[in-house]
Design a binder for this molecule. Structure first.
Ligand SMILES: NC(=O)c1ccc[n+]([C@@H]2O[C@H](COP(=O)([O-])OP(=O)(O)OC[C@H]3O[C@@H](n4cnc5c(N)ncnc54)[C@H](O)[C@@H]3O)[C@@H](O)[C@H]2O)c1
Ligand SMILES: [Zn+2]
Length: 373
């Protein structure tokens, strides 16, 4: 199962309306224009990227036919994942006369994928788009699954739509320019994939932490590919989160609260790292999770250069308040996707568990400690 996968074909993701391919290949970006031509013939293509990514791909080194597409840009960062940006991009498309024959390319990180995907979901009641993830986080997680949307002042991803892409093209070569901190953030989602679905993958990450850290190309291909396979398997046939898909929210109830209450100063990947630790400690405290999981996860995240304790004090009350507004809540309870052990998630009637406030507070202590062994 865990072996050389770089030479295999695309990963197939199925959903209610069909399926799409995720290409994980070094050099795949060069084939993008031909792929668009094949998948979306006769469409007028608009490329959406944040200004930082746009300037990298305009520098000439990439020299792809990408540059021929008309491009729309926005300011980099989570702060741009808003209805205002959605409105600006949509207005630009209409001003430039894009019609129902439009197709979009989302080139960039998870912010671009979610935002451009939401533009695609709503423009002219929906136009096709291709995801071209250029951050590790977007490659191994955000670009797969068809979730698009924006944040509101009340919280993350509160407005959005399911709109599966026509294809996902992940080229690990693009990660060469990614700043170190952004790169490390993506590894938190890979650890999550191992934790929720595949103990042998978690062990593989542990054994290869050093090669992952130095972005060894062969190791990267395997990392992205195995994570995409896991996410594809979980979301296939479950595009509307009817059931098992909820396990992908592991670590994210606390992560979203951290992001929101820090005013998005804590990036998504780092928030997920902290969320995975606190939520696996929560599972242990509730008697659901096997003892030792939170320690194992924290040790691995630390080796991958991710934070294992909060940088500053965020008042617990603010975190709890933010969690209580999470859209995944049912009837006021806060719901968590909890691990029973590495590679397996707890299930009763559903894949999530309602947890009382005081238990959550106790689990937050796991990431409030100033030192961690
Ligand atoms: N839809 C989903 O299923 C899903 C899943 C996980 C996360 N997300 C979302 O993804 C977002 C986080 O994504 P992200 O961490 O990729 O953030 P991001 O898109 O903001 O990218 C991070 C930074 O890296 C820069 N960048 C991107 N590619 C680069 C490259 N190749 N070289 C140099 N710089 C580059 C960007 O300009 C940006 O400044 C969050 O909003 C999160 O909610 C969505
Ligand atoms: Zn995430």
């Amino acid at each position: 199962m865990v072996g050389k996968t770089g030479s295999q074909g695309p990963v197939v993701v199925t959903h209610a309306l069909g399926s799409y391919h995720v290409y994980v290949e070094t050099g795949a970006l060069a084939r993008l224009p031909a792929l668009i031509q094949e998948l979306l013939p006769d469409r007028r293509v608009a490329l959406i990227a944040d200004s930082r990514v746009d300037s990298i791909y305009r520098s000439g080194e990439w020299g792809t036919g990408l540059l021929e597409a008309e491009s729309l840009t926005f300011e980099p960062g989570e702060k741009s994942k808003t209805r205002e940006s959605w409105a600006e991009l949509t207005d630009q498309l209409t001003e430039r006369g894009f019609g129902r024959d439009a197709a979009l390319v989302a080139l960039g990180g998870g912010v671009t994928g979610d935002l451009a995907g939401f533009v695609a979901a709503t423009y002219m009641r929906g136009v096709p788009y291709v995801q071209v993830p250029t951050t590790l986080l977007a490659m191994l997680d955000a670009s797969v699954g068809g979730k698009t949307g924006v944040d509101t002042p009340r919280g993350k991803n509160l407005v959005g739509a399911f709109h599966p892409p026509a294809a996902v093209v992940a080229d690990p070569n693009t990660l060469k320019t990614l700043p170190e901190r952004e790169y490390r953030g993506g590894m938190a989602e890979a650890v999550k994939h191992g934790m929720i679905a595949d103990e042998s993958y978690l062990a593989w990450i542990e054994s290869n932490a050093e090669a992952i850290g130095r972005r060894d190309p062969g190791t990267l291909i395997h990392l992205v590919r195995r994570s995409v396979e896991i996410k594809a398997q979980v979301v296939s046939d479950d595009e509307r989160e009817a059931g098992r898909r909820a396990i992908l929210n592991a670590g994210h109830t606390i992560a979203h609260a951290l992001e929101q209450s820090s005013g998005y100063m804590i990036p998504h990947g780092e928030a997920v790292a902290l969320g995975l630790i606190a939520e696996s400690r929560l599972a242990e405290a509730l008697g659901i999770g096997a003892a030792g999981l939170s320690r194992r996860v924290a040790a691995l995240l630390a080796r991958l250069g991710l934070p294992v304790s909060l940088p500053g004090r965020i008042p617990r009350a603010r975190l709890l308040d933010s969690m209580s507004r999470d859209k995944k809540n049912k009837r006021g309870d806060i719901h968590f996707a909890l691990a029973t052990r590495a590679g397996a998630m707890h299930r009763s009637d559903t894949w999530t568990t309602a947890v009382p406030f005081h238990r959550i507070e106790a689990a937050l202590a796991a990431i409030e400690e100033t030192t961690q062994d």
